[in-house]
Design a protein around this ligand. Structure first.
Ligand SMILES: NC(=O)c1ccc[n+]([C@@H]2O[C@H](COP(=O)([O-])OP(=O)(O)OC[C@H]3O[C@@H](n4cnc5c(N)ncnc54)[C@H](O)[C@@H]3O)[C@@H](O)[C@H]2O)c1
Length: 261
């Protein structure tokens, strides 16, 4: 018996890294999952891989989370295909590191659009559908340790993620009466395609290992385990939480500013 047997989930950023691992974990625990991502090639790859093992329980749609209509549309597509939606994971993101004084308007706008507007559109669309269904639901937003401690290599990223943390709490307060739980996960530095180039700069991986209390970097599976807990009935009385999955990095932060000077 799986911990998500019979549940219907939609995951954004599902074609890579953390979103891909969360989708795999949800499928392996019995959920049906709609994979949503802007990267069509990777999305197709993820879909083919999952379909081999979980045929009939996986579906995909290309969606750009910066466009509210496309977000509304993938929630609707989940309902059309699987009959309803119980869980939405807002995971899509980008990382373009840059010190504040060097940051241009386009990079600021793009980061805020994907990681704050995109999460808002997902929370709103998921909430509207779950309220209409009348059976509660679960919303999980992927934030970051950067939304809690200021990291000088990514002001735009930190601001977007801290917005996600407050959005999570406001949504939890507002949606509780509908039995919709809203939580965020704040991962620390995790090996994924997003961080690969940065972590491969000589000295960076060692810096993070040295400065992380649990002395290692994260793996997508670390985040997927917590997403599974938050999506399952085991966390039935948990809402409005921002849960760090970071080996303790968020306790004091790891500042890589020197790498960018
Ligand atoms: N990897 C880390 O160290 C780390 C740490 C903290 C938080 N996070 C967060 O975890 C999430 C996933 O990151 P990851 O490391 O797995 O990165 P990743 O690059 O492996 O995956 C991100 C996915 O988001 C998709 N995406 C980007 N823009 C999109 C858009 N406009 N619409 C739809 N999809 C879009 C990409 O195509 C990609 O498939 C992000 O929100 C990221 O900020 C990652």
């Amino acid at each position: 018996m799986g911990r998500l047997d019979g549940k219907i989930a939609a995951v954004t950023g599902a074609a890579s890294g953390i979103g891909l691992e969360i989708s795999r974990r949800f499928l392996s625990e019995g959920a049906s999952v709609l994979l949503a991502d802007i990267n069509e090639a990777n999305l197709e790859k993820a879909f083919q891989e999952s379909s081999q093992q979980y045929a009939g329980r996986v579906h995909k749609i290309k969606a750009d989370v910066t466009k509210s209509k496309e977000v509304d549309n993938f929630v609707q597509e989940t309902v059309n295909h699987f009959g309803r939606i119980d869980i939405i994971v807002n995971c899509a993101g980008i990382l373009k590191q840059c010190l504040l004084q060097d940051l241009d308007d386009a990079t600021w706008d793009e980061s805020i659009k994907i990681m704050l507007y995109g999460v808002f559109y997902g929370v709103r669309a998921g909430a509207r559908q779950m309220i209409a269904q009348g059976k509660g639901g679960c919303i999980i937003n992927i934030s970051s340790v950067g939304g809690i401690v200021p990291l000088s290599d990514s002001p735009h990223y930190c601001v977007a993620k801290s917005g996600v943390n407050m959005l999570t709490k406001v949504a939890a307060v507002t949606l509780g009466k509908h039995k919709i739980r809203v939580n965020a996960i704040a991962p620390g530095e995790t090996w994924t395609p997003m961080t690969e180039a940065f972590l491969s700069i000589p000295g960076v991986e060692d810096l993070f290992i040295k400065e992380t209390p649990l002395e290692r970097l994260g793996k997508p599976s670390d985040v997927a385990s917590v997403a599974l807990f938050l999506a399952s009935d085991e966390s039935d009385w948990i809402t409005g939480h921002v849960l760090c999955v970071d080996g303790g990095q968020g306790l004091r932060g790891v500042d890589a500013e020197k790498i960018f000077q």
